[in-house]
Design a protein around this ligand. Structure first.
Ligand code: SAH
Length: 235
């Protein structure tokens, strides 16, 4: 197990400053980036680069997302809304390293949250599970009990734990209604999906809000580049 040193903590502070300069304002998101040791989610060979604002390979042709991207998607989730509601159910599609999942758990630690994260590749699923367990053992500061990891195809969501208040997709999603059918069905009224939509190369970050059973409102944001969504509804 790697250690979380003062040097790492200092580098995280610099990373947070960089992300703030790029326009991320949400305090909860910035605090979570400051708290969660990103280097624990990466191969030790890359750990000295963990606090650069870059994506890195995690095996299986996949990447741990750039910290700015993680912060951007998390900010769009509006996790601080619904204060009167005491539970929140989140589905993340694309666990990868588990870093984004840990950020969600950190932000939701003071409320009753159920975070389901689904990963297509078994190797990555097993590795993320191990990483989150190791970090929980490393320090009592980290509480990942709200997280449930699943290995499977999230392109059709994860029906078993639905309905969700938020669905966060961390892979590029094709712009066809087919990809969204099950996700919309698995969303509560008022619930939201944050998803990069486009082709394999370029996507636009979108936020969909389910107004009622038949009405979905779409908002569009910046352009990004994610690895493609796999599985039945993927590329
Ligand atoms: N959130 C991750 C980013 C991972 S990159 C992190 O912070 O590290 C996208 C991930 O989505 C990859 O691990 C990929 O294997 C996974 N993925 C792609 N298609 C999927 C699908 N249909 N179901 C579940 N996971 C999928």
């Amino acid at each position: 197990m790697q250690k979380d040193t003062y040097k790492h903590q200092g580098l995280r502070r610099q990373l947070v400053d960089e992300i703030m300069e790029m326009g991320i304002k949400n305090e909860q998101v910035l605090n979570a980036i400051l708290t969660i040791p990103r280097h624990f989610f990466m191969d030790s060979a890359f750990s000295q680069h963990a606090y650069q604002n870059k994506a890195f390979s995690i095996g299986e042709g996949q990447t741990i997302s750039q910290p700015y991207t993680v912060a951007y998607q998390t900010q769009l989730l509006n996790l601080e809304e619904n204060k009167e509601k005491d539970t929140i159910k989140i589905l993340e599609i694309g666990t990868g390293s588990g870093y984004q999942t840990a950020i969600l758990a950190e932000i939701c630690k003071n409320k009753s949250a159920q975070i389901t994260s689904i990963e297509f590749h078994q190797n990555l699923y097993l590795k993320a599970k191990q990483t989150l367990e190791n970090i929980s053992k490393y320090s009592d500061n980290f509480d990942f009990q709200s997280i449930g990891l699943v290995c499977g195809d999230g392109s059709k969501g994860y029906f078993k734990n639905a309905l969700y208040d938020k669905i966060l997709v961390t892979a590029a999603t094709p712009n066809s209604i087919q990809s969204f059918k099950e996700w919309f069905e698995q969303l509560n009224i008022g619930g939201q999906i944050i998803v990069p939509v486009g082709n394999r190369k370029n996507q636009i970050m979108c936020r969909y809000t389910k107004k009622d059973e038949k009405t979905i409102q779409q908002e569009t944001f910046e352009g990004f580049r994610f690895v493609p969504l796999l599985g039945e509804r993927g590329f």
